[in-house]
Write a protein that binds this ligand. Structure first.
Ligand code: F6P
Length: 530
C-alpha cells in the first residue's frame, strides 16, 4: 500500500496553485483560437464532451494531468477493478463495475463474482419479464398491472431516474405492460396518493433496501402489507404481492418475502452505485430486459474507455480534473448540472447522492483532516426551466458556478412541431454556454443600450446592472438520443468522475458514515419518548 501523500503536498498541486495565481486569458480570448474547440473535444461510449468553455489552457491541462499521475488515479482505478478493499473504512471491495459484465474470459475481479452476478441478473430479469408478460397473478388470480417500489436513496434514485429517462421507449410509452410507481418518502401522503388509484389484487410491492432496516422503507412496507390485507388479500397470499431486493435475504424472508422473489445485492455494491444490480429490478420491469441490458452495455463501454483511453483522451478523468481545477483552484463552491431534456428531470437528484454522498467528506483515507476542499455542492435542474428561475445567479451573482450542460441532439417526436421544439431547446442551451463564457462588458452594454434608444444618462445608469462578467466555465455533454446505452454511459461517466476526484482528494468515496448520527439520534429520541 503506497504511503498517503496529502494532495496539497504534491508538486503538481503547487504548480496548479501558481497557475491559478498567475491567471489565464479570459474565455473571450481563449475562444478566439479556432483550434481550441477541437483540442478540448472528447468522445467515449456514444457521448461527446466539449470542454472548450472551461477556463483552462495547455499549461493548466498539463498540470492537471500531472496531478492525476502524482495522485495515482489510474493505479487506484485498476485496484478497484481488481476488487481490492478500496472502501477502506468498511474493508470492502467496490465492484459496481463487475455488474456491467466483461467480455474477458478472466475479468479483473475474478470469475466467481462474474458467475454470481450473471446468475442474479438472470433471476431478476426473468422475474421482470414474467411480470411484463402477465404471468404473475395476485390473490384474485388477476395479472399484476402495477408495481410499487418502496425504497429510499440508492434504493430509489437510480431506478426512478432511469425509468423516467427511458419512459419514451416504446416498451414503456406505447403499451406499458406494467405501470411503475416509486415511493421513497415515509410521509403517509406519498404512499396514500400512490395507492389510491390502484387495485390491491393487481399490485406488487418491491421492497428495496440493502440493509432491510431503513426505518422509512420498513414503515412503508408495513403500510403496504396492511393495505393488501385490508383489501381482502389472505395472509397466505401476501407473498404473491411482494418482492425484495436486499443484502439481507434472511431478514426479508422472515418478513414474508418468498425466496424466489428475494433478489441479492452484495455489500460490495454501494447504494448510490446499485442501479446495475437487482436494485434495477423495477427499472427492468418498466423498460424490459433488452433495454436494461443495453444500459449495462453502455456503462461497460464507458468502463473500458476509462481503463484503456490515454489520459489526455480520457473523458471521466478529464471531467474530474476540470472539477478539481474549478473547485480547488478557481474556488467554486458549487457545481451546477443542467440537462436539456425533460425526461432527465431526476438526473440531478441522482447525481447529488452519487457525488455528495461519495465525496462530501472531510477526512483523508489516513484519518487526517482534509485541508483541501472536497466535493462542491452539486445542484441543478432542467436547463430550460433553470434559465427562467436561477440562472440569474450564475450570470450575475457574486460567485463562480461551473455548469455541466447535457444536450440530447434528437428529441422525441410525438408532436407535429417536434423538430421546432428541439431546435429551441438546443438553441438556448448553446446560447447559455456562450453567454456565460463571453459575458457582456460595460462598454458593449452601453453601446447596446444606446442602440436600443436609451438616453446617454439612462444608458449609463443601467450599464452596471445590465453588464455580465462572463468567464464562467462550462462543459457540454452531448448524446445523439436518450437511449438506454447512452444513459448507462452517462451514469458511468459521472461514477468514474467521482472516483477520480476522490483519488485526487485522498478520501474514501464509498462509505457514508455521515448518515449514521442522524439515525442514532432518531433512535435515541424514539427510545426516550418510550
Ligand atoms: O443514506 C444512507 C443510505 O444508506 C444510502 O447510502 C442508501 O442508498 C440509503 O440509505 C438506503 O439504504 P438501504 O438500501 O439499506 O435501505
Amino acid at each position: 500500500m503506497t504511503r498517503f501523500i496529502r494532495p496539497e503536498h504534491l508538486p503538481a498541486w503547487h504548480q496548479l496553485h501558481e497557475l491559478a495565481q498567475q491567471g489565464q486569458a479570459p474565455l473571450r480570448e481563449l475562444l478566439e483560437d479556432k483550434q481550441r474547440h477541437a483540442k478540448l473535444q472528447f468522445n467515449a461510449a456514444g457521448l461527446s464532451l466539449d470542454a472548450s468553455h472551461q477556463r483552462v489552457d495547455a499549461d493548466v491541462m498539463q498540470a492537471l494531468h500531472g496531478l492525476a499521475q502524482e495522485s495515482g488515479v489510474m493505479a487506484h482505478a485498476q485496484a478497484m477493478f481488481r476488487g481490492e478493499a478500496i472502501n477502506s473504512t468498511e474493508q470492502r471491495a467496490v465492484l459496481h463495475v463487475a455488474l456491467r459484465g466483461s467480455e474477458q474470459a478472466e475479468p479483473p475481479w475474478g470469475q466467481e463474482i462474474s458467475t454470481a452476478v450473471s446468475t442474479e441478473l438472470n433471476r431478476y430479469c426473468s422475474f421482470a419479464e414474467q411480470l411484463r408478460g402477465g404471468d404473475c397473478k395476485g390473490f384474485g388470480a388477476e395479472r399484476i398491472t402495477d408495481v410499487v417500489n418502496l425504497g429510499i436513496g440508492g434504493s430509489d434514485l437510480g431506478p426512478r431516474m432511469a425509468t423516467e429517462a427511458l419512459s419514451h421507449l416504446d416498451a414503456v410509452w406505447t403499451q406499458p405492460l406494467v405501470r411503475l410507481h416509486y415511493v421513497s418518502n415515509v410521509d403517509a401522503w406519498s404512499l396514500a396518493t400512490t395507492l389510491a388509484p390502484l387495485q390491491a389484487s393487481r399490485t406488487l410491492f418491491v421492497v428495496q433496501s440493502k440493509s432491510f432496516t431503513t426505518q422509512e422503507t420498513m414503515t412503508l412496507f408495513a403500510s403496504a402489507r396492511r393495505w393488501l390485507l385490508d383489501a381482502g388479500c389472505p395472509q397466505a397470499d401476501l407473498h404473491l404481492h411482494l418482492a425484495a431486493v436486499t443484502a439481507k435475504p434472511a431478514l426479508a424472508q422472515s418478513q414474508g418475502i418468498s425466496s424466489e422473489r428475494c433478489f441479492r445485492v452484495w455489500d460490495w455494491v454501494g447504494g448510490r452505485y446499485s442501479v446495475w444490480s437487482a436494485i434495477g429490478l423495477p427499472l427492468t420491469v418498466a423498460i424490459g430486459r433488452e433495454a436494461y441490458l443495453q444500459m449495462l452495455q453502455g456503462a461497460h463501454a464507458m468502463d473500458k474507455h476509462f481503463l484503456q483511453a490515454p489520459a489526455a483522451d480520457n473523458m471521466p478523468l478529464t471531467l474530474a480534473l476540470l472539477g478539481v481545477w474549478n473547485r480547488n483552484f478557481l474556488g467554486a463552491s458549487t457545481h451546477h448540472v443542467a440537462p436539456y431534456h425533460s425526461a432527465l428531470g431526476k438526473l440531478v437528484a441522482f447525481l447529488q447522492q452519487q457525488d455528495m454522498e461519495s465525496n462530501g467528506k472531510r477526512v483523508h483515507t489516513d484519518g487526517s483532516d482534509c485541508k483541501v476542499a472536497t466535493a462542491p455542492v452539486l445542484w441543478g435542474g432542467l436547463g430550460n426551466d433553470g434559465q427562467h428561475a436561477y440562472f440569474q445567479l450564475i450570470h450575475q451573482g457574486s460567485q463562480t458556478v461551473p455548469v455541466d450542460f447535457i444536450g440530447v441532439r434528437h428529441g422525441h417526436a410525438g408532436l407535429p412541431l417536434a423538430a421546432e421544439h428541439q431546435r429551441v431547446v438546443l438553441l438556448h442551451m448553446q446560447a447559455q454556454a456562450k453567454a456565460l463564457a463571453l459575458g457582456r462588458p460595460p462598454e458593449e452594454t452601453l453601446a447596446a443600450l444606446l442602440a436600443e434608444g436609451l438616453s446617454l444618462s439612462e444608458a449609463k445608469r443601467l450599464t452596471p446592472h445590465r453588464s455580465f462578467p462572463g468567464n464562467i466555465p462550462s462543459s457540454t455533454l452531448w448524446m445523439d438520443s436518450l437511449t438506454p446505452y447512452n444513459l448507462g454511459a452517462l451514469i458511468a461517466l459521472y461514477e468514474h468522475k467521482v472516483f477520480c476526484q476522490a483519488a485526487i482528494w485522498g478520501i474514501n468515496a464509498f462509505d457514508q458514515w455521515g448518515v449514521e448520527l442522524g439515525k442514532a439520534m432518531a433512535l435515541e429520541i424514539e427510545s426516550r419518548a418510550g
